[in-house]
Design a protein around this ligand. Structure first.
Ligand code: IVH
Length: 665
């Protein structure tokens, strides 16, 4: 057993630094090794004595898991087990019949298991991977950035207990879409982003946490647990009550629905609802006896490539789609599979007539896994847009994956502003994003076919007379439609941006841009300025800037009728932090990191996630400026200062003090 520093000496004779060594030693023994060597009260007394000797000693900021570094091993308090599995109704019933009591079912989310621990005051202490089930890796630095993992639990709900929440971290499919050609599946991306030690890949802010277990607070049933998790600020896994007889129905219902969820699932988990019964049943070394996973079958199969179709999306991207001889996969006939982009097509070296290996990703999306060959007719990419016949352009983007540059080439209609398919898709998208009531697909199709409306801007010119030309249109409905469009003239800028239908300009990016710039400014920003915004990568930034330029004619036409308004009152030009690129490091005492970054943006600055040559201000949490072992960001900042960069280091308290009232929400 390791010995504590200064063992055998009277605590009263220790200096502050000596005492800090002792505290740090016991803190790691407790949080990292799960091997407390002294009773809690004794530890608390040591901390209190240190606090009275040196109230701002850096070790005090780091206790409660804060002494852990990325990748440090963390002992799980209770092993993180696996689940028993079954593949048929018969096996499921056999399991359920052996046990008594009601069941709850929940989706088995395909991500990475994660344990999150909070200290007695409800403060986020650490997060760890499953690892080998007994010890995982510390990933608190990344988990803290996941938007639906609370940094503080309401203390009155945990009654002074240390709490652990377990769940699955996953990358929503909507976020995976942007990187799908680079990674085999969202699970790998989530696992990589959790362990990442530096920024560059998919940011942890894109990940989500699906909470399925809670320890430290007593609850009577799984249903109560889900309720309490919600009150604590988590998004718990949905729980569907059922019993042995209705369990198959739950599985069938969810199988039919799972394709429309924003996460991948590989089965349904069934648990005994009553926690006392769970405890009585216990676990094997591998899995609890009170739970089972009923897995979806992910069939694989083969088929022949008959044709490659070039499909034009609303965004102007031309995507190759494999047209296949029909094949039955996981219970459905598959005749098409996306080939994503030119690079993927070349990587597979596809020829018409080839035999292809297919799966359904997550049991849902048909995917070409490999090429067995046999074909001979070449696949020729189009030289003209399949819709408007106009020119086609190839975009090349490079992304660093696992230390290597991966190039992706994609095809695009070069004149999306004049392409009927793009305009049609955009019009549909615009009415949906703006929630303009009454404009279903049928009405929009007729408006386009009759040439009454060419694009979203045309909606604002609609009159009762023109609408009456449509089938089954009455005066009342026509007036209502005109009024509905009129009502959507003042539009929050973020909504306006999203409504433009630019590929990478989804909800998150639109809100970020709108909180930083006016529309006029946005039409002139550079790729680098956008990329400097926290959590937007370079490729996204480039597509946004290009997309805004391509949509310039549509934006001009829309601006005749609509007024985009800034989402929040943002002081940009006059903002105290205008022109500053601010990075936070160390444990912030008064703000959580996200609030801190939002504050910077609100005051006209830019929030960066790492220290670079563009950084102008590094705000250091707690007493980190004096810490014996400075954070890597702080080291980098000092190095840049030595090299003559105009970079300022400031303590969190000084920074907030300087901002005064401006820092208050
Ligand atoms: S309950 C003993 N519920 O699946 C673990 N697990 O293959 C009790 N998982 O390690 C877990 N969704 O990481 C539970 N709704 C859900 C889940 C779920 C995904 C993961 C979990 C577990 C793995 C086992």
């Amino acid at each position: 057993m390791p010995t504590a520093p200064h063992a055998g000496r009277d605590v009263a004779t220790l200096s502050a630094d000596e005492l800090a060594e002792v505290v740090r030693f016991h803190d790691l023994a407790y949080w990292r090794d799960d091997a407390a060597l002294i009773p809690d009260q004794v530890y608390d007394q040591l901390v209190e004595r240190l606090r009275s000797l040196a109230p701002s000693h850096p070790v005090l900021d780091q206790i409660g898991g804060g002494n852990l570094g990325a990748g440090d091993k963390v002992a799980h308090l209770v092993p993180m087990l696996s689940l028993g599995k079954c593949y048929s109704e018969a096996e499921l019933k056999h399991w359920a019949r052996e046990l008594e009591g009601g069941l709850v079912a929940s989706p088995k989310v395909d991500g990475a298991a994660c344990s999150v621990r909070y200290d007695k005051t409800g403060r986020f202490a650490l997060a760890a991977t499953r690892g080998d089930g007994r010890r995982g890796e510390s990933i608190g630095h990344n988990v803290a950035a996941i938007p639906n993992v609370p940094s503080q639990l309401p203390p009155h709900l945990i009654g002074g207990a240390e709490v652990e929440v377990r769940g699955e971290v996953y990358l929503p499919l909507s976020a995976f879409a942007a990187v799908s050609e680079l990674f085999a599946n969202p699970r790998n991306v989530a696992a990589g982003a959790l362990k990442a030690k530096e920024s560059g890949g998919v940011p942890a802010a894109e990940l989500r946490f699906f909470a399925y277990d809670l320890m430290g607070v007593e609850v009577a049933s799984e249903q109560d647990k889900a309720q309490l998790l919600t009150e604590l600020g988590f998004d718990p896994a949905p729980t569907w009550p059922c019993d042995a007889d209705s369990a198959q129905q739950v599985y069938d219902d969810f199988s039919a629905r799972r394709a429309s969820e924003d996460y991948e699932t590989d089965g349904v988990v069934y648990k005994i609802d009553d926690i006392a019964t769970q405890q009585r049943l216990g676990a094997t070394g591998h899995h609890p006896r009170w739970a089972i996973a009923y897995k979806f079958q992910g069939d694989s199969g083969e088929s022949t490539l008959e044709q490659v179709e070039w499909s034009l999306a609303r965004t102007g991207t031309i995507t190759p789609v494999a047209i296949l001889a029909p094949v039955l996969l996981s219970g459905a006939t598959v005749t098409r599979a996306t080939l994503h982009n030119l690079s993927n097509l070349e990587r597979l070296d596809l020829k018409l007539g080839d035999r292809l290996q297919l799966t359904r990703r997550g049991g849902v999306i048909p995917h070409v896994e490999g090429n067995l060959g046999g074909g001979d007719a070449p696949v020729v990419p189009p030289s003209a847009c399949p819709s408007c016949g106009g020119p086609v352009l190839t975009r090349v983007s490079t992304r660093r994956v696992a230390g290597e540059d991966v190039e992706t080439r994609t095809l695009h209609c070069a004149q999306p502003g004049d392409c009927p398919t793009v305009l049609r898709g955009q019009l549909f998208h615009y009415t949906r994003v703006l929630e303009i009531d009454g404009f279903g697909d049928k009405i929009l199709e007729q408006l386009l076919d009759r040439g009454i409306v060419q694009d979203a801007a045309g909606l604002y010119g609609l009159s009762r007379e023109r609408l009456l030309e449509l089938e089954r249109m009455g005066v009342k409905l026509a007036d209502k439609l005109v009024a509905n469009v009129r009502a959507r003239r003042d539009i929050p800028l973020a909504t306006f941006l999203r409504a433009l239908g630019i590929e990478t300009l989804g909800r998150h990016a639109s809100e970020l841009l709108a909180s930083r710039w006016t529309l006029d400014e946005l039409r002139q920003v550079t790729k680098d300025e956008v990329a400097a915004l926290h959590s937007l990568g370079e490729i996204t930034a480039e597509r946004i800037v290009d997309g805004l330029a391509e949509q310039a004619p549509l934006i001009d036409r829309l601006l005749v009728h609509v007024t985009p308004t800034r989402s929040e009152a943002v002081e940009v030009d006059g903002g105290v932090l205008a022109g500053q690129v601010v990075v936070f490091t160390g444990k912030l005492e008064q703000l959580n990191r996200r609030d801190a970054q939002q504050l910077v943006v609100r005051l006209g600055g830019q929030a960066g996630s790492s220290v670079t040559q563009d950084t102008t201000l590094v705000v250091v949490g707690g007493d980190g400026l004096d810490a014996a072992s400075p954070s890597s960001k702080l080291k980098k900042a000092r190095k840049l200062q030595e090299q003559g960069h105009a970079l300022v280091l400031e303590r969190e308290a000084d920074f907030l003090g300087r901002l005064g009232d401006a820092a208050r929400p």
